[in-house]
Design a protein around this ligand. Sequence first.
Ligand code: ZN
Length: 192
Amino acid sequence: MGTDSAVQRRVAGGVCYELTRGRVKNINLRVRPDGSVAVSAPRRVPLSQLDAFVAGRAAWIEQARVQALAAKEEDERPCAVSLEEALALFTQVSEEIYPLFERVLGGLRPVLKVRQMKTRWGVCVPAKRQITLNLRLAEKPRAAVEYVVLHEYAHFVRGDHSPAFWAEVERHMPDYKARRALLRARDGEAQG
Ligand SMILES: [Zn+2]
């Protein structure tokens, strides 16, 4: 890093941006999750060209900033459901799905956990016989909750996301795609 990491603040086309000069090959522009704008560029590119580059993308940057700030607000919004309420709901759904996988699990129920997660709705650790679900999942329609719980259970059959895994999901829940779509109302954050 050294002197390369020196940051310069500039304004172009009504956009404030932080400029870092370094050993990059091209001009890179990024809108950070907090809405700030970062540009990195090779030393040889003159400032006038960088300002023009940023100004020419002002409309796009503004749109990206609005989206970033809306996503940040959503992330920071307190969850309307408590951990206890979420666990109660997830346990109920899990009880409905468990019989489908009882044999694979050797007759032992998985351990259910709830926590806040940034990018995933659920995580399954077959080795620990454990399913962790995102607290915010509890705010979603029940059909979507059922899909995520079933998805995580299906990982006891297959740990990957291969066609065989999806076939396993579909076998138990033929309408899983429509249910999964309920999770993606805002953007492509759904994973698990
Ligand atoms: Zn998965």
